[in-house]
Design a protein around this ligand. Structure first.
Ligand code: ADP
Length: 635
């Protein structure tokens, strides 16, 4: 028989599994049981509308068989089964090949992280088994197939005998070593414990023949003699799991642990969730929901590949794995499930989108998420900041998108880094701390906090003792512009020409100086050949000679962001070069202009403009020319 090779990535993952020192090897059982349960789910769902299935709910089961003599553990199900092709495709390659790509890109070398993070499912069997055999018959097919593998060397597929639809997975356990007693996984108590721990809520019975012992009934004589009773063993078929879905259980029965376990297992996240909510809603919408706020963004979260959605159940039967309509985009990070009796089982995806009841549920879910986030912000600040670091960007996109339609709902969830000790503050905290004479909410933009702190434009505002919000993400200024105001306070960029803090005397003074030097400023602007719309004397600079600001709606930061997008049309902010009239350099300019060396003025203008660009963290337009000019000046 031909031995087929695993695809390269699968091979690597399998190698990792085989040589794994992962401490939770026991999770292989939960992975296989979850797969079995999913497979049964599929056939059960079919059975509701298709009489040919010939099974009723009580007929479905997962069975575990442990055989100490052959060191094998068998997990069988009467679910949907796999065709030959499916065996090949599902077990020969990893569905989520993104996981390994992620690993190599991020040098995530801690194997426990990768194993935990991406529910690697079936492959985990190789952590405990030297040989894995899968015998499967797909529902509706008359042939069964057997898939066999002893690890990375490859696998074989051949025809097999199996009467009914379903799958059997047979693990031949590895030899025991000093550190690892694989034979423990054949022990009925160990198995029972693992099922309770990881798979208790699985909705179909997980059955096993369990050996008990009981005292043999004694005769009257034996009793009279006071003889110790003898024990006999007997076998009983037991259901090891309680089967009630977690979300249908009473909240008082459940511990934080239970919710977290469920999350980690169900949503393949190695990290515990930051928060969960167990909702039992009655009234205009009847549903149970489990909602989780993850602690870390999945590796593909900010990519097109990420699919938002909650699992949707109708009375305990899974009807959709990722129902996107249940979550608004700005809450796309939420994981969880909704189970409602109000939804029809036979509803198609297309119809579901228009389902009125689903919309009512979605609205109610959104409210819950919002209030949970607010509670977290109020009561668990550290956790909220962790959440913010992972998903804040998504909320800021939420403010900006749909023409700001959702800004009211989201604005109190925002956080920005403050110039005060670089800590995160909410807008409410900012406004509450505003001094009476402070008119605006100030913000400054830049690629990093360190860069913004050095911006000349921030000097004057800081000198006035006002707090500044530091905006470092591309979306930030767009979000702030969409908000326009918070609690009646307008947002103002530190680069704006009206900062609302100059005393009028100084304004007049600068105006007079500008008139006095109108010719000089005009010459400087002309020297810059359209690079700036004008050159002005600055009232915001204190120690720095120059800075760049902008007129109109588009700031320099927005120009940068918009132009980094893949469009043909380039956008240009209306740049203004500001010169500090108190700086020595201004005197030099005046002198040079007075001596009528107008060629010189053009050079000065160019150098100053480039200096301002550097301060802004922008590229000098022609570095070679610039350095030559500076050298000329020095010589
Ligand atoms: P995942 O469950 O995350 O998709 P797995 O590696 O555990 O990844 O399984 C890969 C696929 O193999 C599953 O998606 C499913 O289609 C199929 N599969 C695994 N176990 C079974 C089973 N017991 N019955 C039917 N199909 C199965």
């Amino acid at each position: 028989m031909e031995t087929k090779q695993f695809k390269a990535e699968s091979k690597r993952l399998m190698e990792m599994m085989i040589h794994s020192i992962y401490t939770h090897k026991e999770i292989f059982l939960r992975e296989l049981i979850s797969n079995a349960s999913d497979a049964i789910d599929k056939l059960y769902f079919k059975s509701l509308t298709d009489e040919n299935v010939g099974l009723s709910k009580d007929d479905f089961a997962i069975r575990i068989t442990a055989d100490k003599d052959s060191r094998t553990l068998k997990i069988s199900d009467n679910g949907i089964g796999m065709t030959e092709e499916e065996l090949e495709n599902n077990l020969g390659i990893i569905a989520n090949s993104g996981s390994l790509k992620f690993k190599s890109e991020n040098k995530l070398d801690d194997e426990s992280q990768i194993i935990g993070q991406f529910g690697v499912g079936f492959y985990s069997a190789f952590m405990v088994a030297k040989k894995v055999t899968v015998i499967s018959k797909a529902y509706g097919s008359d042939k069964a197939y057997q898939w066999e593998s002893e690890g990375v060397e490859g696998y074989t597929i051949s025809e097999a005998d199996k009467a009914t639809a379903g799958t059997e997975i047979i693990l031949e356990l590895l030899e025991d070593t000093e550190d690892e007693k694989y034979s423990d996984f054949l022990d009925q108590y160990r198995i029972k414990g693992l099922i309770k721990k990881y798979s208790d809520y699985i909705r179909f019975p997980v059955k096993m023949e369990v050996t008990h012992s009981r005292p043999v009934t004694q005769t009257e004589e034996e009793k009279a003699e006071g003889k110790a009773p003898e024990f006999e063993e007997y076998i009983e078929d037991e259901t090891l799991n309680s089967m009630v879905p977690l979300w249908k259980k009473n909240k008082t029965e459940l511990k934080e642990e239970d919710y977290k376990h469920f999350y980690v297992e169900k949503f393949y996240d190695y990290n515990e969730p930051l928060r969960y909510a167990h909702v039992k809603n009655e009234g205009n919408a009847n549903y149970n929901a489990l909602l989780y706020i993850p602690g870390k963004a999945p590796f593909d979260f900010y990519s097109k590949e990420y699919e938002k959605g909650l699992q949707l159940y109708s009375n305990g039967v899974l009807i959709m794995d990722k129902c996107a309509d249940l979550l608004p985009d700005y809450f796309s990070f939420v994981k969880g499930l909704v189970d409602s009796e109000d939804l029809s089982l036979n509803i198609s995806r297309e119809m579901l989108q228009h389902d009125r009841q689903l919309k009512v549920i979605a609205k109610s879910i959104e409210k819950t998420i919002s209030s949970e986030l607010k509670k977290m912000l109020k009561n668990e600040r550290e956790k909220y900041e962790e959440f913010w670091k992972a998903f804040g960007l998504q909320l800021k996109y939420g403010i900006y998108s749909d023409y700001g339609m959702n800004k009211e709902k989201l604005q109190d969830l925002l956080m920005f880094t403050s110039s005060n000790e670089s800590k995160l503050v909410t807008l409410d905290e900012y406004v509450t701390a505003m001094r009476e004479e402070q008119k605006y909410i100030y913000y400054a933009t830049g690629e990093s906090i360190a860069r913004i702190e050095q911006l000349p434009q921030t000097e004057l505002i800081k000198d006035n003792g006002f707090e500044i919000l530091y905006l470092t993400d591309n979306i930030d200024e767009f979000a702030v512009k969409t908000l326009m105001k918070y609690k009646d306070k307008e947002f103002r960029s530190v680069s704006s020409d009206d900062l609302g803090l100059e005393d009028n005397g100084k304004k007049e003074e600068i105006k007079a100086k500008e008139e006095e030097n109108a010719e000089l400023l005009k010459a400087l602007a002309e020297g810059l050949d359209g690079k700036v719309t004008k050159v002005v004397l600055s009232h915001r600079l204190k120690s720095h000679p120059v800075c760049l600001s902008s007129e109109g709606q588009i700031s320099l930061e927005m120009e940068r962001v918009l132009n980094s997008m893949p469009t043909d049309q380039k956008i240009k902010a209306e740049r203004v070069l500001e010169i500090n009239p108190e700086h020595k350099i201004f005197g030099v300019l005046k002198e040079s202009f007075a001596s009528e060396q107008s060629g010189q003025i053009k050079e000065y203008a160019d150098i100053l403009y480039n200096l301002a660009l550097i301060n802004e963290g922008m590229n000098v337009e022609n570095p070679l020319e610039f350095t030559n000019k500076v050298c000329d000046l020095l010589m």
